[in-house]
Design a protein around this ligand. Structure first.
Ligand code: PLP
Length: 552
């Protein structure tokens, strides 16, 4: 009998893991020739992870998880090794050998349970955990798997850790080069292929690729009929583009304060503001919830309010491709009219510059496609009057040149193949920050159980009592140490351009408080664990006196 650690079970279960296929194949192969054993403790770990929205793309409800666990108990090919009282005794007798940390005890319990049942080989991706025990041999069955990392070394400023960085593979390079060698650099086959691939990934009916998310937001607003005298509401904690798109249309812009836990637009603040706006007759025509850091907003609640108050919804999902809401991909527009993605290099996948608008409404899709390219159509059914001849086209609306090139779309298509792996790696690193940071007086990102973040950003908040001087000093010191911390975002209503409309400090207190405390830590798929340790170490040096051991 050979043992298998919970991490292989978890990866075999988690379709979004970059180890998924290998783990599944490994288990299938092994169980054909021998019996695999898991310990009961491994099943606790397995259960913990598969029900945890933070660690897995599609968490199960506890009831569903039990069905999966029961399959293990019943599978002929698995032996579930119980923890005997002899195992427990052995752990307690040896307790002084280990720092009394929960993980150490878990590891020891699992190892001794295997030993008690005469299982001395354990397959795991984390051989380090078992190296502490001389009675067990830990084998990584797929040590040849390369990381999701960038094949090219970082040439500029190798000691510097940026807050985000694109991952470009040789396959991406080849995809772009093949377009350069083809007939079309723009308006060829790659753009529709990329649109179709993203729409399929997200489960949306239509997708319109454009040259940036900013352009996508603009044509989304126009398609929904936003114009002068209308209101657009968004979150103050976002990039300025989420608000500017309203101004482009001549509409008026207002903001809804954030939820202090998620940093997304607060549903209760939205509800209160809508009730007030109904009284004064200035309800919004369009609301733009922003999935800040990649964490989905509470879209079902926003959607219910849209029914009650009659506004349209554009999801600004610039941070969130690859994320999930209530088990389904962000971008399926189940609770919105249009969803917008950005493919700027710091975002989850990139096309250099680029964006996309997704919708399930054919009329909106056609309108956005028209606006993307000058308002020009070659479709005779959409023209007024007769066609003059085969060269003929008509301008039937005032559009723009917001087109994406085939060069960009080829890069996007190639990047899309690694989207799940990128998000899985980001999640892994976020989890690692979660484990390393609680010793420090900082607030780590809280995750709503309905969502699975794409982890575009990992934002910590300094404790409220740290004060603005400390906040500023953290930025200065970290940057001096080559760590590219950043601040996402300066509340939009406090920008000089927006103050001209009458906004002032104090208008959105939660957003302003957030701004005084937030620090985005570096996070990108090719980030090495040593780099992450350097970030945490630099933060630790900042709080030398505040770190206390948890004596009982
Ligand atoms: C990046 C970003 C945008 C703009 O994206 P571009 O593709 O650079 O135009 C809009 N909204 C949010 C929230 C963003 O992060």
């Amino acid at each position: 009998m050979e043992g298998v650690d919970s991490n292989i079970l978890i990866y075999a279960f988690d379709k979004s893991s970059r180890f998924h296929v290998q783990s599944l194949e490994f288990i299938q192969e092994k169980t054909q020739t021998s019996q695999l054993a898991v310990t009961e403790f491994s099943l606790f770990e397995f259960y913990g992870v598969i029900t945890d929205g933070r660690k897995i793309g599609m968490p199960l409800a506890p009831g569903e998880a039990w069905d999966v666990i029961r399959d293990f108990y019943e599978a002929q090919s698995f032996a579930v090794l119980p923890c005997t009282s002899a195992c427990l005794r052995k752990v307690l007798e040896n307790a002084e050998r280990f720092s009394v940390k929960r993980n150490d005890i878990y590891d020891f319990l699992i190892a001794t349970t295997f030993q008690e049942h005469e299982t001395t080989t354990v397959y795991t991706l984390n051989t380090k955990d078992f190296k502490k025990f001389d009675f067990i041999q830990a084998v990584n069955p797929f040590s040849d798997i390369s990381q999701t990392s960038d094949p090219r070394p970082r040439t500029t400023n190798p000691g510097y850790i940026p807050y985000g960085r694109q991952s470009i593979s040789e396959q991406d390079v080849a995809a772009v080069c093949s377009v350069l060698r083809s007939d079309f650099l723009t308006q060829g086959p790659k753009v529709p292929a990329f649109e179709q691939a993203v729409a399929e990934y997200c489960g949306a009916k239509h997708a319109v690729a454009v040259n940036s998310a900013t352009s996508a937001l603009h044509i989304a607003c126009l398609a929904l009929g936003l114009g002068p005298e209308d209101w657009l509401w968004t979150s103050p904690i976002t990039f300025v583009a989420s608000a500017n798109c309203g101004l482009y249309c001549g509409a008026k812009v207002d903001f809804v304060d954030i939820d202090p836990r998620t940093y997304n637009m607060s549903v209760s603040a939205l509800e209160a503001k809508l009730a007030q706006a109904e009284q004064t007759g200035c309800l919004p025509k369009v609301v733009v919830p922003v999935h800040m850091c990649g964490q989905p907003c509470e879209m079902q609640a926003v959607h219910a309010l849209s029914r009650e108050y009659g506004f349209r919804i554009i999801e600004d999902a610039s941070h969130a491709i690859g994320g999930r809401y209530k088990g389904e991909p962000v971008g399926n527009c189940r609770y919105s009219d249009i969803t917008v993605f950005s493919f700027h290099p710091v975002k989850i996948i990139t096309t250099g510059e680029g964006g996309m608008a997704l919708t399930n409404d054919q009329g909106l899709a056609e309108k956005m496609a028209l606006l993307r390219s000058h308002g020009i159509t070659r479709d005779p059914t959409r023209m007024t009057g007769e066609s003059d001849g085969p060269w003929y086209y008509q301008q039937i609306d005032l559009g723009f040149n917001y087109r994406m090139t085939d060069i960009q779309a080829a890069l996007g298509l190639s990047q899309l193949q690694r989207l799940d792996a990128f998000v899985a790696r980001r999640r892994e690193l976020a989890q690692r920050y979660d484990e390393l940071l609680p010793e420090l007086p900082v607030v780590i990102p809280w995750q709503h159980p309905d969502g699975a973040s794409a982890w575009h950003l990992y934002v910590i908040r300094l404790r409220a009592d740290a004060g603005p001087a400390t906040h500023r000093q953290v930025f200065e010191t970290m940057r001096q140490n080559g760590i590219g911390v950043n601040l996402h975002y300066i509340p939009v209503h406090t920008q000089p351009y927006y103050r001209e409309f009458g906004f002032k400090s104090g208008d959105f207190p939660e957003a302003e408080r957030y701004y005084q405390e937030a620090v985005s830590l570096p996070l990108f798929p090719a980030m090495a664990e040593e780099e992450q340790d350097r970030v945490v170490g630099a933060l630790k040096r900042f709080h030398p006196t505040e770190h206390t051991e948890g004596h009982g």
